[in-house]
Ligand binder design. Structure first.
Ligand code: NAI
Length: 269
């Protein structure tokens, strides 16, 4: 370990269980010397798994529904009290489509579900940044990261309305990132991660085929949750101070591929 986050303070959203990308980020941040608060929606804490992570990483848990401004205000205030000062890094690792959950096709959604989905998956990022911005809660040269997926740029039919939610999320990172950079020297980026076996990932129809296809298309293979955590740590560290307003592909090269030998061979059989 490299002590990359020594003395840094953070808030980590979205660790549901030990498959979650946020779970791995928390473990890696702890190894790199950070202290942080863990948070998730109250309903996601029923299983209590997050307490295991909290014990392991010496951190406290504050429940917050990321769509509730009241919850977020309480979270940010309490986090600064617990951590003894302003925040250096924030991970937004939150996504959910009600249309996907309820099996609604992209061409015929329930628009109430669509609204709920974009609130949870995209607007929540705006709300988190709104609270951090107006409470002046971020230290200079802090870093805010959200997780995205390439369906924001290209068509993956079964990704459903999460594709639109991710496009919205990435746009918010740029738009809010401008004000955060100008006013607080804080950077804001999204990481566009390979398909990864987690609760949210497995909700996508045909996920295992999808995973195998991406694996065979990418020269370096799919990026794992732990590798995503490593990349996230680099963005929280002082080694990436001038990287901002970016959507950064962390996908083993998938996003720039047209065809790979392995996939081509399948059509020449
Ligand atoms: P996960 O299911 O472990 O994490 C999703 C988290 O969102 C859960 O902890 C859940 O409790 C939280 N959440 C849902 N509604 C919430 C709310 N109202 N308030 C606060 N938290 C809420 O799955 P994963 O894969 O770790 O997801 C993390 C992020 O990574 C998501 O943004 C996801 O879209 C993104 N991502 C995942 C990929 C995958 O294939 N698993 C690929 C690319 C991006």
């Amino acid at each position: 370990m490299y002590n990359l986050l020594k003395g840094k303070k953070g808030i980590i959203f979205g660790a549901l269980d030990n498959n979650s990308i946020a779970w791995k980020v928390a473990e890696r941040a702890h190894e790199e010397g950070a202290s942080f608060v863990l948070t998730n929606a109250p309903i996601a804490m029923r299983m209590g798994e997050i307490n295991e992570l909290a014990a392991k990483t010496n951190s406290q848990v504050i429940p917050a529904d990321a769509t509730s401004m009241e919850d977020l205000e309480n979270l940010v205030e309490k986090s600064m009290e617990i951590l003894g000062g302003k925040i250096d890094f924030v991970l937004h690792s939150i996504g959910m489509s009600v249309n996907v959950r309820k099996g609604k096709h992209y061409t015929d959604p329930s628009y109430d579900f669509t609204t709920k989905g974009w609130d949870v998956s995209a607007v929540s990022f705006h709300k988190v940044m709104n609270v951090l911005y107006h409470k002046k809660a971020m230290n200079e040269w802090g870093s805010i990261v959200a997780l995205s997926y390439m369906a924001a740029q290209r068509v993956f039919p079964d990704y459903n309305d999460m594709a639109d939610n991710k496009a919205y999320l990435e746009s918010i990172a740029r738009s809010f990132g401008y004000f955060f950079g100008r006013d607080f020297k804080v950077r804001v980026n999204t990481i566009s991660q390979s398909p990864t076996k987690t609760t949210a990932g497995s909700g996508v129809k045909g996920f295992s085929g999808f995973l195998a296809y991406a694996e065979k298309m990418s020269p370096l293979g799919n990026a794992t949750a732990l590798e995503c955590a490593d990349y996230t740590i680099s963005l929280f560290s002082d080694l990436t101070k001038k990287v901002t307003l970016q959507n950064l592909f962390h996908d083993g090269g998938f996003s720039n591929m047209g065809i790979s030998d392995v996939i081509m061979d399948k059509f020449n059989e």
